[in-house]
Design a protein around this ligand. Structure first.
Ligand code: S3P
Length: 436
């Protein structure tokens, strides 16, 4: 199916909305609940294609999962050793998180398995998980260049290692921690910069011991997990599009409800505040081990900044939206230290630079980021290359454009944000969708 967006220029964003559930937490809820003992009830689950792919993978390994029904899912856990050999290859769709975390989890099983995905996922690097898992004793074959499909041989006992991650990646960290649950002894991972810690929090919620000391996090093999209720907050990565849209569209005032504000995810709030955004966090609370708040965003004139490098891993998925904020700001914004953007669902540096050029904005891609001179842009037609976040970022750009923005190849918005166009329209975004 082909989905294109046409977004007419202008408009303001108003209202109170709750964006769909957090993708990272939704994936993890299915994975941990499946290998736990007992029945886990999940609320707020993301009914997007990525999280549904993870659900189907566990169903294919014999786990009974009811739902999703309005974000409610019930997982009948089979215990650490209860997964069954799947009949065929396990399809992760577009989801890098599913594939990388599953590689760790499946490396510890007694049966073999194969992980595959769509064209975008089959281009993404997997050696970053396969190599350290091999050091633990796993046998994993990749296709050429360390890409999927991955063939994981079962029945090779794992031994804990201490691993210094060369890239700041929560997916790599999580893959090793999940393998570590099945390994002899302790598995420790040291991160070069803080990354999202949802796996650690949820493991603790399921009764596992997770030790943290500075930048190092460790688990011990042989633990059992016990079912626990999980409330998935709204995804700050999805809320980010509305934060940027409301900031750049004069007269906007929008409240985003029940957003996950785990400090390993709030780089976008800090960066937008440095740019002059008017963000107010209200009703801060904790829900299911994760900090949550309502976020009110009112439009404000943004200014260009040099984005502090320490914030890059804490906002890694928000750069498509942040580049649109930068293009709408006064002065220059410089992003560096963000080379990871080149290996996301698309090469987000190149595809964003091409899109910005197509709408008449002044952006220069660099090896590890972008320089953007903010100002007026006209609009135009661009291809988001199947990248959900790039599609949604440019939809918000129309709020400030002089002419319509047409975005092609948007079907993958359904991986993380089902109903984006409809919810956007309800707040004032002038978006229409054509489906062929
Ligand atoms: C994720 C980690 C990040 C992020 C991705 C989700 C996770 O990837 O970009 O969307 O759920 O662990 P990396 O681990 O590659 O940084």
């Amino acid at each position: 199916m082909t989905v294109n967006y046409r977004v007419d220029p202008g408009g303001v964003l108003k209202g109170r909305i709750r964006v769909p559930g957090d993708k990272s937490i939704s994936h993890r809820s299915i994975m941990l609940a499946s290998i736990a003992e007992g029945v886990t009830r999940v609320t707020g689950f993301l009914e997007g294609e990525d999280a549904l792919a993870t659900m189907n993978v566990f169903r294919a390994m014999g786990v009974k999962i009811d739902g999703p029904r309005q974000g409610n899912v019930t997982v009948h856990g089979v215990g650490m050793r209860g997964l069954k050999a799947p009949a065929g290859a396990l399809d992760c769709g577009n989801a890098g998180t599913a594939m990388r975390l599953l590689t760790g989890l499946l490396a510890g099983q007694t049966f073999g398995s194969e992980l595959t995905g769509d064209d975008s996922l089959r281009r993404r690097p997997m050696k970053r998980v396969a190599d350290p898992l091999a050091r633990m004793g796993a046998r994993i074959e990749t296709a050429e260049g360390g890409r999927p499909p991955l063939k994981i041989r079962g029945g090779h006992p794992l031994t804990g290692i201490s691993y210094d991650m060369p890239v700041a990646s929560a997916q790599v960290k999580s893959a090793l921690l999940l393998a570590g649950l099945y390994a002899a002894g302790r598995t420790c991972v040291t991160e070069p910069a803080p990354t999202r810690d949802h796996t650690e929090r949820m493991l603790q919620g399921f009764g596992a011991t997770v030790e943290r000391s500075g930048a190092t996090v460790c688990v011990r093999g042989g633990a059992t997990l016990k079912a626990a209720a999980i409330d998935v907050p709204a995804d700050i990565s999805s809320a980010a599009f509305f934060m940027v849209g409301a900031s750049i569209a004069e007269g906007s005032d929008i409240t985003l409800e029940h957003v996950g504000v785990n400090p390993t995810r709030t780089g976008v709030l800090e960066i937008l505040k440095l740019m002059g955004a008017n963000l107010e966090l209200m009703n801060a609370r904790t829900s299911g081990g994760e900090p949550v708040a309502d976020i009110r965003v009112r439009s404000a004139p943004l200014r260009g900044i040099e984005v502090p490098r320490r914030l890059v891993p804490l906002a890694i998925d928000e750069f498509p939206a942040l580049f649109i904020a930068a293009a709408s700001a006064s002065g220059e914004t410089v992003v560096s230290g963000a080379e990871e953007l080149r290996v996301k669902e698309s090469d987000r540096i190149q595809v964003m630079a091409d899109g910005l050029a197509a709408v008449g904005a002044d952006a220069v891609p660099t090896a590890d980021g972008m320089r953007i001179r903010g100002g007026a842009y006209r609009g135009g037609r661009l291809d988001c290359r199947g990248d959900h976040r790039i599609a949604m970022a440019f939809a918000m750009a129309a709020l400030r454009a002089a002419a319509p923005i047409t975005i092609t190849d948007c079907a993958n918005v359904a991986t993380s944000f089902p109903g984006f166009a409809e919810l956007g329209r309800s707040t004032g975004l002038r978006i229409s969708e054509t489906t062929r």
